[in-house]
Design a protein around this ligand. Structure first.
Ligand code: NAD
Length: 514
């Protein structure tokens, strides 16, 4: 059967792209869109803004993953890996980044349509994704080992070598195209080939980027995309004997499954970027107006569907009332509605399933005795919209204080002094991010050093740069994405020692310190 396809007419859109977008939604194997070997298996995508059918997408199976791995291995052996120079790989990545920028309006429209992300937010994400690809294009010819001083009889050096075929599994949330760029950029720059699985809910921008990968001139098989479900395609990738490394972004629950599958198959290397319950610390010496706006941005950004969402706010008790006044005003100013409308700042949750999950957390908060200070209900009657919601009087044992909600729902509590603040902020299984608001830089940096999280923002929130690493402490995962650090995820170090003297050597290798 022919693979499925997507067609959408954006002519009536108020912003940016006005044309028709059309491309295949099949599996992308060896540079072509194809049907699954289990011909005819598809899944339906739904527009989260109105609950209506968007398109069908071909769904892959275990055998398709086998084929993708074969394509990727062939490409690694014949036209990528050591068969290319860093310069060649860099040029292709730069070309891809340029093509993403040239098609930015369409990519933005697709991202907003598929995920419910607001158009303006999606714009930032696509610009960011292209920047990340460009950033790693710049790295491709600057990855090298070292020569090591041993003694005159040995020439020793290291090489940073790619793994070969790597598996990459990303979530629907936050930034489908952003997550794709974070994964593809460092893996391709370092010479790996890829079997990529987008989320079953948000594959559209990944598939459109696949057409740009072809246009940029990447050899077939360097990037392969297998759409489908986590328990089938994702599980096949993480247990595949032909995949040397898997990089995963998603929930802590699935991260554990992937680690287990990797351990029980070929001990493939794993990096996992997982969930969070990040704290925002509002100190009594901060600019309260700015802190309130950043705190609202910290939770409303992508409707709370961000791993680093600032979902727990701790406010010093002597400024609590003033902060709440300003914060409530900022949350009330959020414009919930059509993600394709220019003024919207909060769109729908990504799906009905997820909408219900978030509403269930809101009900739990109410039942467990927290005060629903603002919102707490569905917004409107169609689509998956939720009111910006604030809870107060939340104790450390309540579910909404402990678990990642992934919606526009925030808990606000008081603290007395910095000692208590550090305890409260670190009282979580997660450690992805934190925000600190203070005009006293010594106090802010002192606290930043005590917070157990991979990223700490001071007087801002949710700001990312291609060259600044991002990743978690504790159950938020390990490995770092972005920046130079991400190159380590995709390289292994080989040490080469050459004997320069000829005859066998009998001296001891280790010398005792005297
Ligand atoms: P999820 O864990 O449910 O799914 C993520 C991906 O894993 C999807 O592609 C899914 O199909 C796949 N998957 C599901 N079961 C699998 C299995 N058994 N084996 C292999 N793959 C499987 O996450 P989600 O709901 O799509 O996204 C939300 C989560 O992602 C949140 O917890 C969020 O915090 C996290 N996240 C983390 C970061 C980060 O950088 N730390 C960034 C974005 C999102």
């Amino acid at each position: 059967m022919a693979p499925t396809s997507f067609t959408y007419d954006f002519s009536d859109s108020l912003l940016g792209f006005k044309g028709k977008s059309t491309f295949s939604t099949g599996l992308f194997l060896d540079g072509k869109f194809v049907d699954s070997v289990q011909a005819g298996e598809t899944t339906d995508l739904v527009n989260p803004a109105n609950g209506k059918h968007l398109c069908s997408v071909t769904v892959g199976c275990e055998k398709d993953v086998d084929i993708a791995v074969e394509c990727a291995q062939r490409a690694f052996d014949n036209s990528w890996g050591i068969k290319t120079s860093g310069q060649q790989r860099g040029r292709l990545l730069l070309r891809l980044a340029t093509l993403m920028n040239e098609n930015i309006d369409e990519l933005v429209a697709l991202e907003a349509l598929n995920s419910g992300k607001t158009y303006n937010r999606a714009y930032g994400d696509v610009v960011g994704a292209a920047s990340v690809i460009r950033y790693y294009g710049g790295w491709a010819d600057k990855i090298h080992g070292k020569t090591l001083e041993v003694d005159d009889s040995v020439f020793a050096y290291t090489r940073m070598e790619p793994f070969g075929v790597v598996g990459q599994i990303v979530p629907w949330c936050a930034y489908p195209i952003g997550m794709m760029s974070w994964k593809l950029g460092p893996a391709l720059a370092t010479g790996n080939t890829i079997v990529f699985k987008p989320s079953e809910w948000t594959p559209l921008t990944a598939l459109r980027v696949a057409t740009l990968i072809v246009e940029a001139g990447f050899p077939p098989g360097v990037v392969n995309i297998v759409n489908g479900y986590g328990n089938v395609v994702g599980a096949a990738i993480s247990s595949h004997m032909g995949i040397e490394k898997v990089a995963f972004t998603g929930s802590t629950l699935v991260g554990r499954r992937i680690m287990k599958a990797a351990a029980e198959s070929n001990l493939k290397k794993v990096t996992v970027e997982l969930g969070g319950k990040s704290p925002t610390l509002v100190l009594d010496d901060c600019d309260l107006e700015a802190a309130a706006k950043w705190a609202a941005f910290g939770i409303i950004f992508n409707h709370g569907q961000t791993c680093c969402a600032g979902s727990r706010v701790f406010v010093q008790e002597n400024v609590f009332d003033k902060f709440m006044e300003k914060f409530t005003a900022a949350m009330k100013a959020v414009k919930v509605g059509d993600p394709l409308h220019p003024e919207t700042t909060q769109g729908p949750q990504v799906s009905e399933v997820h909408f219900k999950r978030v509403m269930n957390y809101i009900d739990l908060g109410k039942k467990e005795g927290a005060t629903c200070y603002l919102g707490g209900e569905r917004h409107g009657v169609e689509g998956f919209f939720i009111q910006p919601t604030i809870f107060t009087d939340v104790t450390s044992d309540m579910t909404i204080m402990k678990e990642e909600i992934f919606g526009p729902v925030i808990v606000v509590s008081k603290f007395r002094d910095d000692e208590e603040l550090v305890k409260l902020a670190n009282d979580t299984l997660y450690g992805l991010a934190a925000g600190i608001f203070s005009q006293n830089i010594s106090r802010a940096i002192g606290l930043a050093n005590k917070i157990r999280a991979g990223t700490v923002w001071i007087n801002m929130y949710n700001i990312l740069h291609p060259n600044v690493p991002f990743g978690g402490y504790k159950q938020s995962g390990f490995g770092r994405e972005l920046g130079e650090y991400a190159l380590e995820n995709y390289t292994q170090v080989k040490a080469v020692l050459a004997n320069l003297t000829g005859p066998p050597r009998s001296e001891v290798v280790w010398v005792l310190d005297s």
